[in-house]
Write a protein that binds this ligand. Structure first.
Ligand code: ZN
Length: 194
């Protein structure tokens, strides 16, 4: 994937104009009271929901580590996650569980959640989101291994198409010792599923 060095803020006026066009095309009257401010609201919401494009891991983590002598497994579960699928631009939401073993560099808990947020606030597919979170933690914590499990419900599946309201998609990414060492992976999965 090509990555722009630094993405500029979206032009909210232009987005609002496009949303207005969309409303007309959908058969709505953008001048009616309830919709008058909708284009601006949507533009603002989209800027917020895609703000992850304008963030990077280094700035998000901002050097917030502490050092630890023991390299045991750190687990953070039930991190709320809200993202948007890139195929339909509809939300998917759920939870993320992260486990990693650091070689001495431990990330603050809030930083793990912020890394999740940074990648979730982009147009995503769940598989890539899961991998990006794992890669970022592997790099930032200089971990010997990382595991990430994301469970999410996709509104594009629930509201349209197959309309499977209770289906949940589960994706995982395992790196380093979490991939190579069956015992480590087993410990991670039992802690995450327990
Ligand atoms: Zn979708």
């Amino acid at each position: 994937m090509k990555r722009a060095a630094k993405r500029k803020e979206p032009d909210q006026k232009r987005i609002a104009a496009l949303v207005r066009e969309l409303l007309v095309e959908l058969g709505e009257d953008p001048e009616r009271e309830g919709l008058k401010k909708t284009p601006e609201r949507v533009a603002k919401a989209f800027a917020y929901l895609t703000r992850g494009y304008r963030q990077n891991v280094k700035a998000v983590v901002n050097g917030a580590y502490f050092t630890s002598g023991t390299n045991h497994m750190v687990i953070l579960k039930n991190i709320e996650l809200y993202s948007m699928c890139e195929h339909h631009m509809l939300p998917f939401y759920g939870t993320c569980a992260i486990g990693y073993i650091s070689k001495g560099k431990v990330l603050g808990v809030s930083k793990l959640a912020r890394i999740v947020d940074m990648y979730a606030r982009r147009l995503q597919i769940q598989e890539r989101l899961t991998e990006q979170i794992a890669d970022a933690i592997m790099d930032e914590a200089e971990a010997e291994g990382v595991g990430v499990v994301v469970r999410a419900k996709h509104l594009c599946m629930m509201m349209r198409g197959v309309e499977k309201q209770n289906s949940e998609m589960v994706t995982s990414a395992v790196l380093g010792s979490f991939r190579s060492d069956e015992k480590v992976r087993g410990e991670f999965l039992s802690l995450v599923n327990g």
